[in-house]
Design a binder for this molecule. Structure first.
Ligand code: KG4
Ligand code: ZN
Length: 348
């Protein structure tokens, strides 16, 4: 039996500052999240320099907050885990510098966490956690990945987006429809009142074998549909936006479903994990739950709060790695790009 440990997690890869404490015995002790949405909203997207500065401002106050919530002191922490990539380099460096320095001062291990591994493992924090192995669909603002997962750090890439990530396609389409940043949840809300029969969007790459995706064509299709109809039909503005949002979302949901079904069939696995910001989408949740059931498989999601970026998933990934024998690093690193497949099982 491993000795119980408590791990501090720090997430600063993009526009959320997340800090959390996860204990191997008692689970999640505390988590705090600060979203920079308001800072970036007026620019319609994340401004990297502003993101870095805001992480500098918020990380230590959030650390104090989680220690207070858990009624713990710095001396109670056994390791510091922080996201070192992929993401915005300046933003990542803030979390890595603070995390590594804390670990140094406290003489405890510093664990570098891959942001997408954080997402991938997040559903394992839930009471109905899936056992290994499983197929994982990771859908965020920067990545769309289908992965076969044998264990922590044992990942085989089955497919990925050849152009835009799903979240990026949601955000760009939402922006075109005049919705505020970040557009994913806004587009989902608008689509709810859309007519599903008015437009038929393509299902990209479903007729080709393989498990790769392409979403930039859908965004273009949305732009063209919008231009074509608003040109001669100005009075229809609000309705057409909702109808386009609905057609776009239906096409994304259907495409993800087709590829997930294929991945389950090809791998023979009966567990499907869906995580990353876009997995907060209720229609995606419902459809992929149905797809899994039709394959006699089960779908697993993080709770919506931990679908999007957060510190809990980083603390949790760090806790699993520490317990499996990972020792940590001595230097400070940040990686804008970092392949998930290049990770190894902890302790190896
Ligand atoms: O994982 P995440 O928080 O950050 C990254 O790692 O990128 O994902 C953010 C992405 C954004 O593109 C956002 O619009 C999208 O997830 N998203 C959604 C929903 N909630 C967040 N997309 C569709 N429907 C949602 N409900
Ligand atoms: Zn993310």
């Amino acid at each position: 039996m491993n000795k119980p440990v408590t791990v501090l997690g720090i997430e600063t890869s993009c526009d959320e500052t997340g800090v959390a404490l996860y204990a191997s015995r008692d689970g999640l002790l505390a988590h705090a999240l600060y979203s920079q949405v308001e800072v970036h909203a007026e620019y319609g997207g994340v401004v990297p320099e502003l993101a870095s500065r805001d992480h500098v401002r918020k990380t230590l106050p959030l650390l104090r907050e989680v220690l207070g919530q858990a009624a713990l002191g710095l001396g109670d922490i056994d390791a510091v885990a922080y996201t070192t990539g992929p993401g915005l380099i300046g933003a990542l460096l803030v979390g890595a510098s603070i995390g590594r320095s804390l670990a140094w001062g406290l003489k405890i291990p510093a664990l570098e966490i891959h942001h997408m591994e954080g997402h991938l493992l997040a559903p394992l924090m839930e009471p109905d956690a899936p056992a290994f192995p499983f197929v994982a669909l990771l859908v965020s603002g920067g990545h769309t990945l289908l992965v076969e997962v044998e264990g922590v750090g044992q990942y085989r890439l089955l497919g990925e987006s050849l152009d835009d990530a799903v979240g990026e396609a949601f955000d760009k389409t939402a922006k075109m429809l005049g919705l505020p940043y970040p557009g994913g949840p806004e587009l989902e809300a608008l689509a709810a009142s859309g007519n599903p029969d008015r437009f038929q969007f393509p299902r990209p790459m479903v007729n080709r074998p393989g498990l790769d995706f392409s979403f930039s064509g859908l965004k273009t299709f949305a732009v063209n549909t919008f231009k074509e109809h608003t040109g001669r039909d100005h009075v229809d503005g609000p309705a057409i936006r909702a109808d386009i949002a609905r057609a776009f979302q239906d096409a994304v949901v259907d495409t993800l479903g087709i590829k997930c079904r294929r991945a389950l069939q090809q791998s023979g696995l009966k567990r499907l994990v869906i995580s990353g910001g876009v997995s907060a989408n209720q229609r995606i949740r419902q459809h992929l739950t149905d797809i899994a059931a039709a394959e006699q498989a089960q779908a697993y999601f993080p709770r919506p709060m931990f679908s999007t970026d957060n510190g809990a998933m980083i603390a949790f990934a760090g806790c699993l790695r520490l317990q499996a024998g990972e020792r940590g690093v001595s230097s400070i690193a940040a990686r804008a790009r970092w392949s998930l497949e290049s990770l190894t099982a902890p302790g190896i």
